[in-house]
Design a binder for this molecule. Sequence first.
Ligand code: AMP
Length: 369
Amino acid sequence: MQNPSASKTTIGILGAGQLGMMLAQAGRKLEMGFRFLDPATEIAARGLGEHVCAAYEDIDALEEFSRGLAAITYEFENVPLESVRWLAQRVPLHPQPDALKEAQDRLFEKTFFRGVGIPVPEFSAFFFRDEYDDAVGKIGLPAVLKTRRFGYDGKGQRVIRTVAEANTAFKELNGMPLFLERFVPFDRELSIIAVRSLEGECRFYPLVENHHREGILRLSIAPAPGLTDQLQSEAEQHARCVMEKLNYVGVLAIEFFVRGGMLYANEMAPRVHNSGHWTIEGAETSQFENHLRAVTGMELGSTVAKGHSAMVNIIGDFQDWSEARNTSNVFVHDYGKKPRAGRKLGHVTLCGETAHAVEAMLDRLGIPQ
Ligand code: AMP
């Protein structure tokens, strides 16, 4: 008799954090096996596949990791582009390396958005400290000084209102390539999770409203309250345009600022995204399953929301969620990570038939909105 595990399609994932973990959990249903490459010894995706524990630049490890894989994808965008290009020459890899290149550098990303006609906050690139005054002249204050690379969860950016704040920000972000962006006094923040198949079919989840604190996502409400067809279709057009331009395959997230009814793109993530976690219980097909379907050439699943959902991140320490665990339509996801300030340790999704029902659950569990 054939060994069923030997005939399983094995997918390689660069990174074995919680996104890799949830991809692999979704892959069970599709009877996929997984192999992770991650230099960390303690990984959220433990037990969900083989773990090649090595640096992303280690060619021998890349060789070992890629052997016999049906497809490769990644769960975070700071994986070295050279390694991704090396792998893409050997195994089908999605989203393709050029998408990663655009998303790795916030300046490339903003320039790319503007180039395809998607509104962005005004920004100005500069290379030397003494060019900063010119940049302020163009942008005005307040502004946000951002590092071009390795910025996430509010890291690598400082709001600047005064000369003193500019001096401190330059000291703190010292040595990193930077750019300056207009501070947007936005009405709210929304994101769209989109997916494109190998055949070029695009599907979209409803826009989600996101609430950040200290630059970290705390709460997502899906669908976004007061969502209009016009806003949804505008966001879909932007996401479609990005995906078609990049010949993109897989899940893509774009985060927007909304001001006066207009969408301004803030950033994109060429991967499954925190603001799409609600789809596990709240949509007909989760973002994780749809990403796997796309990168392996399968048909996409429905992106329709089953009702209303709210997703709350558990950050820093894993408080007592026992009441939530015992409440129906409340789903607690524990990533099994060691507590640390600012670290995402898990998330909770609340589902209901109406927005009001979900709000009431948030209130009952004492979760601020
Ligand atoms: P980012 O790391 O660029 O995603 O930024 C994290 C968060 O910082 C965003 O979700 C916003 O809440 C805030 N932020 C970033 N850029 C700006 C901006 N230009 N104006 C106002 N708030 C911003």
